[in-house]
Design a protein around this ligand. Structure first.
Ligand code: FE2
Length: 443
């Protein structure tokens, strides 16, 4: 990187074998582990899959750094703050409920210094990090930057959805700036530190305990559409060479641990490989839907999927409901009523979701669990059944999203008992009338 140039330089593509060097010639030529690396750097591999995973699915990167990341003092239990991140969801610590659940916006602490790590709270999840099976959904609310603290999640990959405030993320692979309406994926084991250029910030996090996110197959859609690979952005190498004291906070088996070291974790001068963080602007999503009548299932809005071992079934899908045209004729256009064999957690980045005319607000959330009935609220139904079906825009100025999972989620007590939980949510459907008339057959 040249002095004075934009520090945020990205490499386009998804799952590529990227390579980047902040100093010319820092990447070894023709081999990964020379006896002595250029500039006296140390070679370190970060493995995102087992060594023996087949070539098409194997993920790893080689990092060339000033000091190995092994150079740190022992990890100790994290003592700062009352952190609310968990990695197991047993009956003693969490709550199962099949009811429809909604939360009003999660408040950002007022007057307190809370960074990204201390501001992370688990809403719910399923499975167990130790068995690499399941997922967790978190929310973060933060007011201050992490400074010389780095976070590392040993439990799974994090898909971060900023809702308020940009995140200036320093990673071992280089810096990433993520604004609301962009997402960032930081995979298992990568160290990163979050600064808040816009002050108080809030967002959502989807964590998967096994596997990695990938682009969904397109089937009959063909080679183009939905999230296109070229729009994903991976950072370029950038390093700092200091002897400052740093704290590494490590989430391991759902618990936080802290270690200190006398050098920056962001000392990677060059790297290459296909295991690297990335960001994606949701505005780049090429939406597809019916142009005649009826609905295509919402899977058509899948941005990324983390596949399970069951074909066609996901540990978690990340799905969006972007601004688009709706043109279907003789069709009830809002999202249809349904009960799903998957769990649906929804959040709202900005705007007003087309199926809910109030109560589902930016920074809030809803959870429709497995087989929990849900759909458009009473007002949406009334409008949708009486309007003229001309082609029109939907969701302009709005970005809602869904974490959809094959697992049954349990709520943490923090989320189940939160003061922002909207216990009147069931009323969203209460006013839907019975319009059945056995003497009036009209379609
Ligand atoms: Fe749904």
């Amino acid at each position: 990187m040249l002095a004075g140039s934009d520090p945020y330089q990205y490499q386009p593509g998804f799952g590529n074998h990227f390579s980047s060097e902040a100093l010319e010639g820092a990447l070894p030529v023709g081999q990964n582990t020379p006896q002595v690396c250029p500039y006296g750097l140390y070679a370190e591999q970060l493995s995102g899959t087992a060594f023996t995973v087949g070539r098409s699915g194997n993920q790893r990167s080689w990092l060339y750094r000033i000091r190995p990341s092994a150079v740190h003092r022992p990890f100790e239990p994290y003592s700062r703050g009352a952190h609310g991140v968990v990695g197991t969801f047993d009956a003693a610590a969490s709550v199962a409920t099949p009811t429809q659940i909604r939360w009003l916006p999660f408040p950002i602490p007022d007057g307190a210094d809370v960074d990204f790590v201390d501001g992370m709270r688990t809403i719910g999840g399923a499975g167990d990090t130790a068995l690499k099976n399941g997922l967790a959904v978190h929310i973060y609310t933060a007011t201050t930057s992490m400074g010389r603290r780095a976070f590392c999640n040993s439990d799974g990959d994090l898909l971060i959805v900023p809702q308020q405030g940009r995140l200036a993320i320093t990673t071992e692979f280089g810096p990433i700036m993520a604004a609301p309406n962009e997402i960032v994926v930081i995979q298992r084991g990568m160290r990163f530190s979050v600064a808040l250029p816009d002050g108080p910030s809030r967002g959502y996090i989807l964590e998967v305990f096994d596997g990695h996110f990938e682009l969904p197959d397109l089937g009959p859609i063909g080679a183009n559409g939905l999230a296109n690979p070229r729009d994903f952005q991976t950072p370029t190498a950038s390093y700092e060479f200091t002897s400052d004291e740093w704290e590494i906070v490590n989430k391991y088996q759902g618990e936080l641990f802290s270690a200190r070291q006398d050098h920056s974790p962001f000392d990677v001068v060059a790297w290459h490989g296909n295991y690297a963080p990335y960001k994606y602007d949701l505005a780049c999503f090429a939406a597809i839907n019916s142009v005649s009548f009826d609905h295509v299932d919402p899977s058509i809005f899948t941005v990324l999927t983390c596949k399970s071992a069951h074909p066609g079934t996901a540990v978690a899908d990340f799905v969006i409901f972007p601004p688009r045209y709706e043109v279907q004729q003789r069709t009830f256009r809002p999202p249809y009523f349904h009960r799903n064999c998957m769990s649906e957690f929804m959040g709202l980045i900005h705007g007003e979701y087309e199926a809910k005319k109030g109560g589902f607000l930016p920074g809030g959330a809803s959870l429709h669990s497995m087989m929990t009935p849900h759909g458009p609220d009473a007002r949406t139904v009334e409008l949708a059944t009486s309007r003229e079906l001309v082609p029109g825009r939907v969701a302009d100025g709005t970005q809602a999203f869904m974490f959809e999972s094959m697992f049954q989620l349990r709520l943490t007590r923090w989320a189940a008992e939160h003061t922002q939980r909207d216990h009147s949510y069931y009323k969203a459907w209460e006013a839907i009338p019975a319009t059945f008339d056995p003497t009036r057959k009209v379609q």
